[in-house]
Design a protein around this ligand. Sequence first.
Ligand code: ADP
Ligand code: MG
Length: 131
Amino acid sequence: MICVCICGGGWEWGIYSSLGQSTPNLAAFAKAKAAAYNVFKMMELKPVINANIGTQEVPTSIQGNIEFSHVEFSYPSRPDVLIFKDFSLTIPAGKTVAIVGGSGSGKSTVVSLIERFYDPNAGVLIIFVVL
Ligand SMILES: Nc1ncnc2c1ncn2[C@@H]1O[C@H](COP(=O)(O)OP(=O)(O)O)[C@@H](O)[C@H]1O
Ligand SMILES: [Mg+2]
């Protein structure tokens, strides 16, 4: 195949001018590349909690107590900051419980542990299920 390219000064000027205009965005490209690297690294992480292990039965209701017993917990991203130390709480079956405390005291973390977004570092969290 024969390809003939006839180029004039105007064409070259156009290319160099476009490159020049993109220069201020190079920092943004570098930032996006670094951010994408972190996103892909996170997507490759294997979850510690495997939801597919064990029984596949999903209870439609929970009729037992929810019990935190001597729970110690820190978030995986900040392992040195203890959120709970020797934390015990019993939520009786069928009762409505209010968890009260200042901002950052751990109310949402209690719920995250019940939903098993995380596991305690130590102690146990038991949800008694009657199937
Ligand atoms: N995903 C997270 N990763 C790391 N630390 C967190 C995370 N979520 C909450 N925390 C920290 O855990 C502590 C308790 O937060 P949280 O349970 O949200 O409190 P509350 O709901 O009572 O305001 C705070 O110090 C908060 O900064
Ligand atoms: Mg909260």
